[in-house]
Ligand binder design. Structure first.
Ligand code: ZN
Length: 232
């Protein structure tokens, strides 16, 4: 058995731990990406709602114009009874007729605006349904990601326990070297190819290094990258 076998076992567990930690970091980002997928549907709904608001505003504006003119006619009629001459009375009637013409105009506009509201309302309904549908897909996926996150965290706790056990089987000299290199190079322990090439940095080692590795003589680092070499 290779002298580095206990270290290889430890490295195998560390590899798993690294992957689990990476997944824990990635999940919140994946959840955020899912939420972003709803942006298109949210924007479509906001546009339809803004259109509906402006269509309803046009209806209300025409309605107000009609009402203010009706009030005006009302007040003219009240003044008419106080008039002295027939000529004045006729003038007031002309004024009323003119305002009534305006009312017809605004009522026609109000009806047209109300016709515009109907299809826009329909679009708002469609946009709401689409958003709701997409939201339920996203919610389901986010729930899956949350479940996965909980599973990964549990798996990580188990792996960390295994790591502590496995580390006890490695000699202190190896552990120290391994831990120092682990944050800079990964993997730390690599095989030396038969042609004396380091499997980490792919550089050829001097024959003396190869000999030490073939003889299984303790901790042999690569002369270039410092990784621990072993005979495959
Ligand atoms: Zn190397």
């Amino acid at each position: 058995m290779s002298v580095v076998q206990p270290l290889l076992d430890l490295q195998e567990i560390d590899g798993r731990i690294r992957n689990l930690q990476q997944e824990i970091r990635d999940i919140p980002q994946r959840k955020a990406q899912e939420q972003e997928r709803l942006n298109g549907a949210r924007e479509a709904l906001a546009r339809a709602q803004a259109e509906l608001k402006s269509a309803q505003l046009r209806v209300n504006e025409a309605e107000l114009e009609v009402k203010s003119r009706r009030d005006k006619i009302q007040s003219i009629k009240q003044n008419q009874v106080l008039l002295k001459t027939n000529k004045e009375f006729q003038m007031y009637n002309l004024e009323i007729a003119k305002i009534e013409g305006e009312i017809d105009n605004y009522e026609a506009r109000q009806l047209a605006a109300m016709d515009d509201v109907i299809p826009v309302k329909h679009r708002v309904g469609e946009a709401e349904a689409k958003l709701k549908e997409e939201q339920s897909v996203v919610d389901a996926y986010v729930a899956e990601l949350d479940a996965r996150l909980a599973a990964v965290k549990a798996e990580l706790a188990v792996s960390e326990g295994e790591r502590a056990e496995s580390a006890k089987k490695v000699s202190p000299q190896f552990i120290l070297y391994y831990e120092r290199l682990r944050t800079k190079r990964w993997p730390v322990v690599v095989s030396l190819q038969p042609d004396c090439v380091c499997n980490g940095c792919h550089l050829v080692q001097p024959p003396s290094v190869g000999q030490m590795v073939w003889r299984n003589q303790g901790l042999v680092p690569c002369q270039m990258c410092g990784r621990i070499l072993y005979k495959a």
